[in-house]
Ligand binder design. Structure first.
Ligand code: CTP
Ligand code: MN
Ligand code: MN
Ligand code: MN
Length: 366
C-alpha cells in the first residue's frame, strides 16, 4: 500500500478534559506560535481571545502526529478562523508573521519584562507602560510605589525567572514535609501543579496539605509558615484565608466545612549545595512555592483542581456546567439537577460523576 502522500484525518474530542494530552507534543512549532498569541492576548486583558488560542493550541497538542498540511485539520473542533490563519502561515512559511511582529513589539516586550516580576499582573504593567516604564531599570528609577510582593519579586527577579527543576521541587517537598510533621503529626503533603503532571521544570512548586482527621487541618497554615520562617526558609510569604464562602459566582452556598481553605504564596530560600558562601558566590536561590491547606473531605477536589493544566481545569468546569448541569470547583461538585453535593474521596470518582473517562495527571497537559 502507498503510504507516502496519504493524509491522515484525525478524530479528536472537543473538550480538553475528554482527551489524553501528554508532554510528547508533535506540533510544538504550531503550539508555540498559538501559545505566544494567547499569552499576548492575556497580557492585554483580552481573555476571550486568549482562551480561543489556548483551546486551539491544546487541540494540536493532543494530535498523535505532526501536522504538515492544512487538509489534515479538516473537521477538527477548537480551530477558529484566526488560529487557522496562524497555522497556515507557520506551515507555509515556517513562522507566523503575526507572532514575529508581536515578539518584536515594544509593548509585548515590556509586558513580558514587567509581568515577570512576581506580584505584577497585566493591569499594573499596563499602567506602568502608560507612564513610560518599559524595563526594570526604568521601574527602579520611576518612583512608583511597589507593594511587598512586588518588592520581593523585583529583588529576586533573576532567580524567579529561572525555571525550577524537579530536583529542586523534591528538595522543597522534603522541607515542607518536615515543617508539616513538626507542627502536626499525621499531616500529609501532596505535590500538585505541573510537577504532578510530569513536567521536568516549572515556574513554581505547588503543594496541598491535609490531615486524615477532618478539622485537624484548621489553623495548620500559620503554624507551618511560622516553622518555615523560624528555620530561615522563607524570603517572602502571604497567607490568605479561603474566600470561597464570600464568592458570588461559586455554586450554591456550600456546607459549613467549606470555609477552611487557606493558601500561602511564598518565596523559598533554597540552599544549593554544601559549598561555602563568599561575597561573590551565592549558595542559595529564590523559588516560588504555593501551599494550600484542604480539609480531607475536599481533598480529592483540591487535588484535581490544583493539578492543572489551567486549560484542562477550565475545560472540566465547562464540561460540568454545559454537559452535566453540575458546578465543579476545587472544593466540591454540586449537581444542579439533584440539588445536592456529590462526595468523593478520589479523582477517579469525580471523573466518574462527570461521565468522563479517567485521565491521569500525566495526560492532563492540555
Ligand atoms: N490555580 C488555582 N488558583 C489560582 C492559581 C492556580 O486554582 N489562583 C491552579 C491552576 O488551575 C492550576 C494549578 O493551580 O491547575 C497550578 O497552577 P500554576 O502553578 O500556575 O501552573 P502549573 O500548571 O503548575 O505550571 P507551572 O509549571 O508554570 O507552575
Ligand atoms: Mn506520540
Ligand atoms: Mn505550578
Ligand atoms: Mn502555582
Amino acid at each position: 500500500p502507498q503510504i507516502s502522500g496519504s493524509v491522515a484525518l484525525f478524530s479528536v474530542s472537543s473538550y480538553a478534559c475528554q482527551r489524553r494530552t501528554t508532554l510528547d507534543n508533535h506540533n510544538s512549532n504550531l503550539t508555540d506560535a498559538l501559545s505566544l498569541l494567547a499569552e499576548n492576548a492575556e497580557l492585554n486583558n483580552e481573555d476571550g481571545r486568549g482562551v480561543a488560542f489556548r483551546r486551539a493550541a491544546a487541540l494540536l497538542k493532543a494530535l498523535p502526529t505532526q501536522v504538515i498540511s492544512m487538509s489534515q485539520l479538516r473537521g477538527l473542533p477548537c480551530l477558529g478562523e484566526h488560529s487557522l490563519r496562524v497555522i497556515k502561515d507557520v506551515l507555509e512559511n515556517g513562522v507566523s508573521s503575526e507572532v514575529e511582529s508581536t515578539k518584536q513589539s515594544k509593548r509585548y516586550k515590556a509586558l513580558k519584562i514587567l509581568t515577570g516580576i512576581f506580584g505584577v499582573g497585566a493591569k499594573t504593567a499596563d499602567r506602568w507602560i502608560r507612564a513610560g516604564i518599559y524595563n526594570l531599570e526604568q521601574l527602579r528609577h520611576s518612583g512608583q510605589t511597589l507593594n511587598r510582593a512586588q518588592k520581593a519579586g523585583l529583588e529576586h527577579y533573576d532567580d524567579l525567572n529561572e525555571p525550577v527543576t524537579k530536583a529542586e521541587a523534591d528538595a522543597i517537598g522534603e522541607i515542607v514535609q518536615k515543617a508539616v510533621d513538626s507542627v502536626l503529626t499525621g499531616s500529609q503533603v501532596a505535590l500538585s501543579g505541573g510537577f504532578r503532571r510530569g513536567k521536568l521544570t516549572g515556574h513554581d512548586v505547588d503543594f496541598l496539605i491535609t490531615h486524615p482527621e477532618e478539622g485537624k487541618e484548621v489553623g495548620l497554615m500559620p503554624k507551618v509558615v511560622a516553622w518555615l520562617e523560624s528555620q530561615g526558609f522563607l524570603l517572602y510569604q502571604k497567607t490568605t484565608r479561603n474566600s470561597y464562602l464570600e464568592s458570588k459566582d461559586g455554586p450554591a452556598r456550600p456546607a459549613s466545612n467549606m470555609d477552611r481553605f487557606e493558601r500561602c504564596f511564598s518565596i523559598f530560600k533554597l540552599t544549593k549545595g554544601k559549598e561555602q558562601e563568599t561575597a561573590s558566590h551565592k549558595i542559595w536561590r529564590a523559588v516560588r512555592v504555593d501551599l494550600v491547606v484542604s480539609p480531607i473531605s475536599q481533598f480529592a477536589f483540591a487535588v484535581l483542581g490544583w493539578t492543572g493544566s489551567k486549560l484542562f481545569e477550565r475545560e472540566l468546569r465547562r464540561w460540568a456546567g454545559h454537559e452535566k448541569n453540575m458546578s465543579l470547583s476545587s472544593h466540591a461538585l454540586f449537581d444542579n439537577t439533584q440539588n445536592k453535593y456529590l462526595r468523593a474521596t478520589s479523582e477517579e470518582e469525580i471523573f466518574a460523576y462527570l461521565g468522563l473517562e479517567y485521565i491521569p495527571p500525566s495526560e492532563r497537559n492540555a
